[in-house]
Design a protein around this ligand. Structure first.
Ligand SMILES: [Zn+2]
Length: 375
């Protein structure tokens, strides 16, 4: 890193942090010379990018292929209602440039891929994971190992968040050689997230980034977990670099590795082809009044929207519910994607009850029935 000089305006802007014993003018110059790449301008990226820009990181790269939606705004506070349908990297750039015109912002309006990362990543010193996309998380960790760059990882769901630094080893593959089964992947769109939770974790990611640039010790080989409900932070020691890790032993080239195939090795969303019915078939049954629809999502999802006359039995109660026996009509289970409802069919079949489920779930129903609102 070549250290840059500071103008009087910059010294004024960063004065309060320059006063810190660990900072000084030298620390500020290090920040000005630093280049940080942030993958994701969402819930984690919002506070992270604002603090990095405010702190005077000289060059910030922002990668995001999504556009701003109303449903994002409770937590993605770098965006605004005026920027709906605008690419998130571009939307973030607008506010960051207003916050600090002294810094350089480089935006990438497509998601990072093995191919595109070759021309992006080498130009940065630090990579920050601010996306919950599983494929991206493995790719970014592999890129960190490949280019020997530290990776600051954060995630947030419901009331909980996690933080660690791959510097770059141990990496994500040292900890999780195989991705967790697909049904265990949780997303904010399915189970919800309180807005300030990614706010807390994104802010901590900004602190670790600044410390890395200053040369201070960071959260390496440790995992910090935050529980907003109990207001507790817990710190866990992580295992060392795995001797069998393919990334850390130089066997993974992230530019050629097939991430789709890697993730495809894990069990797919369950499907039982002879028990599926499609939207057209379900519509016909509804018109004939020859169906009992059972919605197995949780009660908040059900209360927000459901198909008329469907009854609500959450997936965990399906095994024990006696309501299922009382219907004389054919049973059709529905859920958001078709995965839980397929499991519900298996559960009732074990009790000798015939049932089918809506293929593609209510996401598919929304496509066929535009008046049905589901998020
Ligand atoms: Zn590793």
């Amino acid at each position: 890193m070549v250290e840059a000089e500071l103008s009087p305006a910059e010294i004024e802007r960063y004065h309060r942090q320059i006063l810190l014993r660990e900072f000084g003018l030298e620390g500020q110059k290090k920040l000005k010379s630093a280049k940080v790449l942030v993958i994701g301008a969402g819930g984690l990226g919002s506070p992270l990018l604002l603090y990095l820009a405010g702190a005077g990181i000289g060059t910030i790269g922002i990668v995001d292929g999504d556009v701003v939606e109303t449903i994002n705004l409770h937590r993605q506070i770098i965006h605004s209602s005026n920027n709906l349908k605008i690419n998130k990297a571009e939307s973030a750039r607008r506010l960051l440039q207003e916050l600090n015109p002294e810094i350089k912002l480089e935006i990438y309006t497509q998601w990072l891929t093995g191919e595109s990362s070759a021309s992006i990543v080498p130009g940065y010193d630090i990579i920050v994971i601010a996306t919950d996309n599983v494929e991206s998380r493995y790719l970014i960790s592999d890129l960190g190992v490949y280019y020997k760059k530290p990776v600051i990882s954060g995630s947030a769901l419901r009331w909980e968040g996690q933080l660690t630094v791959f510097s770059p080893s141990p990496c994500i593959r040292c900890l999780f050689p195989q991705p967790t089964p697909r049904h265990a992947w949780s997303k904010a769109s399915d189970i919800g997230v309180l807005g300030p939770i990614p706010g807390v974790i994104g802010t901590l990611q900004a602190i670790e980034t600044i410390k890395l640039i200053l040369g201070l010790p960071v959260l390496s080989r440790k995992l910090l977990m935050y529980d907003g409900l109990s207001c507790q932070f817990k710190l866990f020691q992580l295992r060392d670099t795995s001797p069998t890790c393919p990334a850390c032993s130089g066997q993974i080239n992230p530019h050629t590795f097939n991430y789709a195939e890697f993730l495809g090795q894990i069990p797919a969303i369950p499907s039982i082809p002879d028990k599926e019915i499609n939207c057209a078939e379900l519509k016909r049954l509804i018109e004939l009044k020859r169906v009992q629809i059972i919605d197995v999502r949780n009660s908040n999802h059900f209360n927000i929207c459901h198909i008329e006359n469907s009854i609500h039995i959450p997936i965990h109660d399906v095994e024990n519910s006696s309501e299922i026996f009382s219907s004389n009509e054919p049973l059709v289970f529905v859920c958001k994607t078709g995965a839980d409802s397929a499991r519900a069919v298996e559960k009732v079949e074990a009790r000798g009850i015939e049932a089918s489920y809506l293929k593609g779930g209510l996401d598919a129903w929304k496509e066929a029935e535009p008046s049905f609102i589901i998020f």
